[in-house]
Structure formats: structure tokens, C-alpha cells
Design a protein around this ligand. Structure first.
Ligand code: NAP
Ligand code: ZN
Length: 349
């Protein structure tokens, strides 16, 4: 199937229109028309080759909401017209212990990324959701629950699940004290989801600028991470801190905030961190952990949870041809709180 989208052609140039082929349907494939695609900071990292594993051209986008337009002969779960979604993975081995547990993101062979991946059957580079169409095996297709506003739901597929998964892994519920470092796309979803689970939530932001936003999102307070006095007062006050900062940074100021056995889970920076002192780790039996997205079963659970609780991202809708300005604004943390591309704008772009 011929389709069209926007791709990065090298690390330094703006994204530009790109026509390419989606594979012919396999018996277990679903083809969809993409309606909306969220803009994740990982799209920007990938376009710029920040992680060193990008290929070109590359079509980013892994927060995808669409409508089924065709199904393969063996597809049982979906039919033409269904509203569906795809997140950060499109395949995994389906045979290892992790895949059997529904933790395909931890597949022993590595999951296949929606972009920046290699198709396990034909060896082609995968291409993401900044495009008109997508073909995906049905096991990696999510069902959009009735009642969830399709135009706002796309960011749940990455920002949502990446923050929901650690909240569930560390059993956050009523009475849990949760901190969220960085109020961006992931951070604002971490706040809404933790509030939805009943936690007491603190946003840790570099300045006071986002205080009213943090409270409006449901957080109980905002703590300015650049204010050493306020940080000292908050010592030992958290069970879980989710760190969404997208660049290398200091962890030392945050570790004393954890209570005994508390965990700081990194979901933001992929790569080296600044050196950290183990003193607060040893003395408080504190932990530093990491967490990648979430499994398919958990992603569906998160979508259903959001539909039940009416939790939706705060979105700014853009046209496909505004993507380069959106990237520039994202770099300046000037996003409140997720750009979503209206794919209907693509043919007009
Ligand atoms: P984003 O919307 O750009 O938000 C990042 C936030 O971090 C900003 O709003 C800002 O919050 C804070 N920040 C930005 N630059 C900073 C700096 N230099 N120092 C300290 N804080 C800074 O990004 P996002 O889409 O949420 O993504 C965040 C990171 O998560 C990216 O690196 C992305 O690649 C990664 N990610 C990981 C996974 C995973 O599976 N683990 C999944 C998706 C994304 P304040 O203004 O409040 O300080
Ligand atoms: Zn993402």
C-alpha cells in the first residue's frame, strides 16, 4: 500500500514530506487509516539521532490512533471501522517468558519498535505514525474504548503507558506519596494517572512557572527543584519518584527526598547520567530503577482505566506541516502538554 507521511532525512534538517510503501497485509495484519498521532520527545531524539541508532529516512510517531480499513484473513479481534491504537511496539518474539507474561516491551529478543525497528519477517526498517496509514499485526493493536475522545487520546499510547506502568509496578494507590520530575508530556500524564490511582502527588519542576498548571492537573503541590531549602524540607517524603527529564542530569538532589525503601524510577534520559553519590542510597535503603513503556495487556488496561476515570492528556492540535515548529517548542519545554497531529491535515500539507 502506497502511503505518505513526514520523515527526517538526516539529523540536521527539518522533517519533510515522504512517500513510501506499507507492506501488503499478512493474514494476521490490520491496516488502519491514522487519524491522530502524538508528538513524543523520543520522536525528536530519534529524528536528531541523539541515541545513535536512527536510520534515514525515518518517519517518527508512536502515539497512534486510527480506524481499521482492512483486515487479514485470520484477524479475529478487529473489523473494518473499529477505532484502534498503536503505541511504541509493533512486534516481539511472542515466545519468551516475558512475552508470555504480557511484558512484550521486555521481550528477550528485543521488541520491534514502531519506528527505529526492523520487521521480523521481511527485514525492512519500520516507519511510525507521522503518516496516513499503518499496517500492524493484530496482537499489537489496541482497542480504543468507547467514550474516550479520539482527538485527545493518542498521547496515552506512549506518555500514558510509560508512566502508568511504573505506577502499577510500584503498587501506587491511596496513601502513596508520588513525585514527578519534569512537567512535560510524560510528566503531566504521570500526575493525572497517579491522582486517578488515589496518590498524593507532587510535581518537581525547575521553576514555579507551572504551579497553577500542576494544581489544575490534580497535583497536590509543586516543589521547585532548584530551591535547596524547599528540597531539604521535603526530605524522606516520597515512596516513588518518576523522573521524566529528557537529558543527562543530577540525581543527587532528588535521592534524599525518598523515604526508606523508596524508589526513583527513570523513564526520561536514555543514556549516561551524571555521577551519583551512593550515600543516600545506602543509608536509606533507597533504589534507583528504570522502566520502559509497558506491555500490551497493561496498555489496554490503562486505556480502559482512562476511559472509566475520564483521564485525557492536555493536547495542542497541530497540522502535519507544523511539526518542525512543534519540535522547536518541545526543545524549549514550551508544550502544554502534548502536541497531537491531526492527520487529516496531511493531504493538505
Ligand atoms: P517533554 O514533553 O519535552 O518534557 C520533559 C520535561 O522535562 C520538560 O517539560 C521539563 O519540565 C523537564 N526538562 C526539560 N529539559 C530539562 C533539563 N535540561 N533539565 C531538567 N528538566 C528538564 O518530553 P517527554 O515527551 O515527556 O519525554 C521525556 C523523556 O522521556 C524523553 O527523553 C523521552 O525520550 C523519554 N521517553 C521514555 C520512554 C520510556 O519508555 N521510558 C517513553 C517515552 C519517552 P519542567 O519545565 O517542569 O522542569
Ligand atoms: Zn514516546
Amino acid at each position: 500500500m502506497q502511503t505518505t507521511g513526514y520523515a527526517a532525512f538526516n539529523p540536521d534538517s527539518p522533517l519533510a514530506p515522504f512517500s513510501f510503501e506499507r507492506r501488503a497485509l499478512r493474514p494476521n495484519d490490520v491496516a488502519m487509516e491514522i487519524l491522530y498521532c502524538g508528538v513524543c520527545h523520543s520522536d525528536l531524539h530519534t529524528a536528531r539521532n541523539d541515541w545513535g541508532w536512527s536510520y534515514y529516512p525515518i518517519v517518527p510517531g508512536h502515539e497512534i490512533v486510527g480506524r481499521v480499513i482492512e483486515v487479514g484473513a485470520e484477524v479475529a479481534r478487529y473489523k473494518v471501522g473499529d477505532h484502534v491504537a498503536v503505541g511504541c511496539m509493533v512486534d516481539s518474539c511472542q515466545e519468551c517468558d516475558q512475552c508470555h507474561h504480557g511484558e512484550e516491551q521486555l521481550c528477550r529478543e528485543g521488541n520491534t519498535g514502531t519506528y527505529c525497528g526492523v520487521d521480523r519477517i521481511n527485514g525492512e526498517n519500520t516507519q511510525g505514525g507521522y503518516s496516513k496509514h499503518l499496517v500492524v499485526r493484530e496482537e499489537f493493536c489496541l482497542r480504543m474504548p468507547e467514550g474516550l475522545d479520539l482527538s485527545k487520546a493518542a498521547p496515552l499510547l506512549c506518555a500514558g503507558i510509560t508512566t502508568y506502568s511504573p505506577l502499577r509496578t510500584w503498587n501506587v494507590g491511596p496513601g502513596s506519596r508520588v513525585g514527578v520530575i519534569g512537567l512535560g508530556g510524560l510528566g503531566h500524564m504521570a500526575v493525572k494517572l497517579a491522582v486517578g490511582l488515589g496518590a498524593d502527588v507532587t510535581v518537581l519542576s525547575r521553576t514555579k512557572d507551572k504551579e497553577s498548571d500542576a494544581l489544575a492537573l490534580g497535583a497536590d503541590r509543586l516543589l521547585v527543584s532548584s530551591d535547596p531549602e524547599a528540597m531539604a524540607k521535603a526530605a524522606n517524603g516520597f515512596d516513588l519518584i518518576i523522573d521524566t527529564v529528557p537529558v543527562k542530569h543530577e540525581l543527587d538532589p532528588y535521592l534524599p527526598l525518598l523515604d526508606v525503601d523508596g524508589t526513583l524510577v527513570i523513564v526520561g534520559q536514555v543514556g549516561p547520567m551524571n555521577e551519583l553519590s551512593t550515600v543516600p542510597l545506602l543509608l536509606g535503603r533507597r533504589r534507583v530503577a528504570g522502566s520502559p513503556i509497558g506491555g500490551i495487556r497493561e496498555t489496554q488496561e490503562m486505556l480502559d482505566f482512562c476511559a472509566r476515570k475520564n483521564i485525557l492528556p492536555d493536547c495542542e492540535m497541530i497540522r502535519m506541516d507544523q511539526i518542525n515548529q512543534a519540535f522547536e517548542r518541545m526543545e524549549k519545554a514550551d508544550v502544554r502538554y502534548r502536541f497531537v497531529i491531526d492527520m487529516a491535515s496531511l493531504s493538505a500539507a
